[in-house]
Ligand binder design. Sequence first.
Ligand code: FAD
Length: 467
Amino acid sequence: MNNNSAEIDDLAGRVAGVVLLPGQDGYAEECAMYNPAVANNPAVVVGAAGPADVQAALAFAKAHDLAVAIMNTGHTSAVADDRTLLITTRRMDEVVIDPSARRARVGAGVRWQQVVDAAAPHGLAPLNGSSPLVGVVGYTLGGGLSATMGRKFGWSSDHVTALDVVTADGTLRHADAETEPELFWALRGSKSNLGVVTAIEFELFPVTRLYGGVLIFPGDQAEAVLRAYADLTAQAPDELTTSIAFMRLPDVPVFPEPLRGTFTVHVRVSFLGSADDANTLLKPLRAAAPVVIDTVADMPYTDFAAIYSDPESPAPFAESTLSLPPLTPDLVTALIEAIGPQADVPANIIELRHLGGALHDTPANAGAAGLREAEFVLWVVTVGVPEQTAPAVHWMGELFTGLKPWALEGKHLNFIGQEDLGPEAVRAAYPAQTYDRLARAKAAYDPTNVFHLNHNIVPSVTDAEGR
Ligand SMILES: Cc1cc2nc3c(=O)[nH]c(=O)nc-3n(C[C@H](O)[C@H](O)[C@H](O)COP(=O)(O)OP(=O)(O)OC[C@H]3O[C@@H](n4cnc5c(N)ncnc54)[C@H](O)[C@@H]3O)c2cc1C
């Protein structure tokens, strides 16, 4: 881009938010991602305060032949370079709760804790994930696997009632089940492929308390714990949403003191029911091995973040994911061999999130995301800059090759890592028919692939067989 200050001034004059160029005060903060190891250096960043700012930014990008990237929290955004205009959304931070309709309407810059806190006084709660800091829109456009109520109510993207989005041609569109239904379907599973979502409206649920927390076991008891966890999940009611994580945490401050530098197994529990029922369900698990820490107890929904205690400060990491069936004895044996106490494992967090329950349902207004056959999502995370995580990333590939006999079609889009961004990997993240339908939606709403800095769906009016 020619650094034409008159044109930048003109853009700044039309934008209610901010327009910043490299080197200007506030540019580095505006572009900072969750992963501090990533250099995010767009040619220009527009901190959009509303849809009109997004439209001005898109017109500018088109005039200067710039790619467009979209970022809220920067948890997983693609990296912008000097051929890119970055739109940040955090100024669109309005949260409106409609208690009688049990709905929330929030701006594109809102994070989950804000919605949880705003809904709680009305006796309501959203289908948020494990982290209070993750952005509502990015999470929901990837399906949204709720760590608290997923098995009870299903994918959060299936509970979206409307979206406002500025598409590549600069048009502000409202999409719901009646208006632009194909766009409404496709947005809920294509992340930033179809445009910049400026507001989202979704259902809330009458939940005020949880019986939740974490059970932490010594790593050398991993096999006994995983077998007990397999039994628990084989018969769990939909009210019980859990995960199990093999945590080999490096000795770095981002992790809490007693767990740093140790190998432990964590079972994260969220139960929508009584303490007695929860304790009956958890009894065999608690008896399977000595419990080092047990925080599972009644809690207000607003404290949900205590279940996972996800890191609050930014950290560099690499991630990857796989979909798996129920934990049959042979799969447990394979997992213990690959990630148990005797295995040489360079990854820090290997987590199995339990699906099933309502996550297997396909409601009438379902979106494009959602693993409706898989029973578990495997999520592997390694902390560090790319030079440090390279061995772990290589090892993840070997782990997934070893688990191939069990691997199922499709991936949870929110856990796809940078290594999964190639065209074949993106295609493999979806069932074939879903990908082909999304590629058609992409051809309709972003035919020139303006939004390609993502897990990119290539615009196409024909499927893989050319039909
Ligand atoms: C600690 C942690 C815990 C997590 N827990 C869960 C969980 O429980 N369940 C789950 O499903 N996922 C979970 N995730 C994954 C998370 O949902 C994804 O990383 C998600 O993409 C984050 O969205 P964001 O807006 O915070 O990040 P960003 O990096 O800002 O955005 C992520 C993606 O969404 C796109 N995007 C963001 N805003 C818009 C918009 N307005 N319009 C169009 N595209 C947009 C971006 O372009 C980018 O591709 C977790 C992630 C972390 C780091």
